[in-house]
Every structure is written in structure tokens, then in C-alpha cells.
Design a protein around this ligand. Sequence first.
Ligand code: 7PJ
Length: 288
Amino acid sequence: MTDTPSPTWLPCGRHRLDLSYPRVMGILNVTPDSFSDGGRHVAIDDALRHAERMLAEGAAIIDVGGESTRPGAQAVTTQQELDRVAPVVERLVCELDALVSVDTSNPEVMRQAAALGAGMINDVRALTREGALEAALGTGLPVCLMHMQGEPQDMQQAPRYDAPIEEAVIGFLEARVAACEAAGLRSERLLLDPGFGFGKTVEHNLRLLKRMDRLSRLNLPLLVGLSRKSLIGKVLGRPVEERLPGGLALASLAVERGARILRVHDVGPTMDAVNMTWAVLREGCEND
Ligand code: 7PJ
């Protein structure tokens, strides 16, 4: 075995992303009611500075979101979402030459973000909205398909599944991959995300992470979002600003179970946790 695995490039517009080792995606919320940095990055200059810092800390991707999908959050209009997202995407691309992913389910936001130079689409609704599949297809960009049960407004009201959670998630993602392929969106352009916290109890989330290696059966790169999520708060009894150590433990476990992109708020500490975990995993490979 060689020391470094050969690169596996994912084309992302003007960029390409090497997914032969785990990468970190920095979260840039541009919603007034975001989960944990509630409105602090709404001002565009602030958002740019925050992104610059995440890139300096090692983020490979900046994920820009203008729709809050926190449990119970209100819907946004297309215009509101565009007003929040478009100027930030444009400046991230022009001024920082960043690989930008856009966290949206809205076909018009997908189209406009792609036109402004975004390199990836991250859809928590897995292209199920009317026109989203066609819009994503038209951009030529890779797409992350995430599992969610219900809608943010009601998804945490007693979520339940008839099958074991990991089987339900695999079944849903398999069906979405098939729908994408049927529409002409090739699977080489897809990434998958089990959707931690989206219509899942703490027990569902814990079991899903424990069994996440089963998702490797789908043969597509895995992206996970666990950063600061309420499962950490519930297990450890921590408010949102004290969830980093718990989040790093989850990031390490996710890498061990095959995650190739970690979507996080705290880029620097996550880079260390991921790189440390990966060093151990690589060592294991070489001696096998
Ligand atoms: C996720 C996301 C996630 C992907 C959010 C939060 C809630 N996109 N967007 N996966 N979560 N792909 O950051 O806590 O888990 S918004």
C-alpha cells in the first residue's frame, strides 16, 4: 500500500474536490434565525470574514444557507432566500475563490447560485420539491441528497419508523438516487447524507450513527451534519455553545464509519479531530 490513497476527484464547477480523504465543510448561515449563531452573520461583510477564517482553518467547502431548517422554523419566500444567499455566494466566489455549496431546496435558488459560481448543491429535501430535480440537473453541479422525515415545521413531533432507522434511511436514499438517475442526473454527481436530527429521536440518531457503515452499500460519498445538534444537548445536557467536545466525538465516529464530508460550525477543532482519526485509520490500512 502507498502512504496516500489516490485522489478521487468530484468535479464541482470551477473546482474539483479530492474525496480520497475526509474533508470539512464550514457552515455559513445567512438566516436571521439560524440554529446557533442567530443572525450574527447576516451582514455580508461579517459573513465573508467568517468564511475567510473557516477557509484558513482548513475548510474545503463553504455551505451557504438562507432557509432555516431548525425544528419549527417558518418557511421563506424565494425572494427572501435569494436576497440572503446570492450576494454572499457571489462574493465568496469572486473575492475568496471558495468552493461554495448552497444549502437550498428551491429550484430558483439552485439556478441562480450556480450562475454566480457555486460548486455544489446541498438539499435537505433531496430534490423532492417541484422542479428541483430538473433545476439541479441543469446546473451540472454535484448534489447532496439528505434524508428527512416530514418537514422542519413538524419533523420532531414524535418521529417514528416502521423499519430500523438505518434501513429506512437507506431505502429512502436508494429511491432518491434512482429518481435522479431516471431523470438523467448521473450518480457520479451525487453525495448522500443520513440527515441527523431531521425527523429523528435521540435514539434514532444514536443508532443511525452506530450503524452508518451500512450506508457504504450505496457506494456514494457520505456527508454528515452533527455539529452542535440537539442530540448532543440531550445526551450531555449541554446548551448549544457547549457542544463542541461532544460534536468532535461524533465527527470522529462518523469518519470511522465512512463519512467523507463533515458539515460543521467549528472548522479548526474538527480538522484536528478528523485528521487524527484518519491517521489511525490509514495506519490500520497499511498494515492489513
Ligand atoms: C444539515 C444540513 C445536515 C446537510 C442543516 C444544522 C441544521 N445539510 N443543513 N446535512 N443540517 N447536508 O446545521 O444544525 O445535517 S441545517
